[in-house]
Design a protein around this ligand. Sequence first.
Ligand code: NAP
Length: 471
Amino acid sequence: MDLLELRADFLRQEELSRAVELPRKTDLPVILTVRRPGEGGKWKGEERDRVQLLGKIGSAGFAFLDLEEDLEAPDLERRVLASGPRIIRSLHDTRGVPEDLTRRVSALARSPREIPKAAVTPRGALDLLRLLQVFQDLGPLQKVLLGMGDFGFPSRVLAPKLGSLFCYASPPRESAAPGHVDPQTLDELFRYHQIGPGTRVFGIIGNPVMQSLSPEIHNSGFAALGRDAVYIPFLVDELEPFFQVADSLGVHGLSVTVPYKEKVIPRLERQDPSVSAIGACNTMRRGTDGKWEGTNTDAPGFLAPLLSAFGGRLPPGLRATVIGAGGASRAVVHALAANGARVLVLNRTPSRAEQLAREFGVQAAPLDSGVKLMARFNDLIVQTTKVGMSPLSAEDPVPDYVFSGKEVAYDLVYVPRTTAFLKRALAAGCRVVRGDQMLLAQAFEQFRFFTGSDYPDEATRRLRIFSRYPA
Ligand code: NAP
């Protein structure tokens, strides 16, 4: 159901008189809400004036009036109801998910014409799980039920699947409640109008995760293939309750990002050899028996653009420096060593480089003193640290290394597309590979793992994700 909500508590005094005009100016049903501060609203006046305002403009053609659970205003209800609007009887909790939410929502409606609504605030995966349980408890009851904030995001975007009449969105940059996205994002990025009870859910888990570019990649792919599927971010604080959330929603596939790539491995029933070789899993899907299968697409995603740069295969005896020894570096070092390259790993914390070197049979050195060794490992230089991305976007992890121009320089950082490290390499005449090429390649591998289909060319042509960021 598409509607407009007029949040009259956001209006200036001089704008209030024009509020009555809105229902006549739109074909959409309009909800009138004047929210109190304790429930996240901006109303600053007396409660008496608020009720008076609701009465004064509520009969001007609004389809719904949002009245709070504890509001006792029989005169207002009699007067306004005679003119037609239905009441949305709402309950808000900006601090958590109440223990007795099922009972309270069941008891909200004071007549069959009232629609019960609860907006609560999951503070973690366990709270989201409890909210999903309330959806199940309430079954087919006509209702609006939603979790605010980032932990509650799945409950809002999946409203049509879960059985909530609608969810809320806000104009860009004017969020009316924590975690709101704008209507265009909800519709175009998250395919809200295509979601229904049978929609298959995919997503990405991590912390942080809400700014991930993966939803745009995967949802564009689903749309181009006409799949009844949606891909959403799940902010996760604890894995155990999250996997119960995944069971409750029937989540079909997951991308996994920091800090969970290692921690999800014990949950895998079956895993690709790349997972144990790298020691990390970045992609999970349900097998036909409902159990989780895992793979790692970072290594093939790293290799795909590199192979293109080298004309289809890595030159025999390739000598490479890998800067960094974190999670991404593990996939890079594995991919290079497995393809016969001789690798030197440099890292700020030398013990991490040494550990990696032992595991993969390569060489290691500290980042500062090791720069002089790079001249012997410089067919390819791969930058895998966070240096070069915000807030370190002006920095270069190896400022003392002088490019000869014959190196291939590869930076895993994808925002900005051309880091300070790559700028120096380009200025010296090097060929470069950018992090966005790897990001797309590993996501396309994930898409194939999720769906069994290649990522559609049509979706690739339409992707706009990098145009929003600095080049
Ligand atoms: P991670 O596990 O946290 O590792 C971070 C690495 O960066 C470590 O080697 C760390 O060194 C180093 N580092 C951090 N700050 C530094 C500084 N100020 N100076 C020098 N070294 C520093 O992170 P990750 O998952 O490997 O990700 C690393 C980067 O790769 C991120 O920018 C991420 O966005 C990017 N990435 C891109 C893709 C893609 O598809 N393009 C995929 C995965 C990751 P210490 O060990 O000394 O802390």
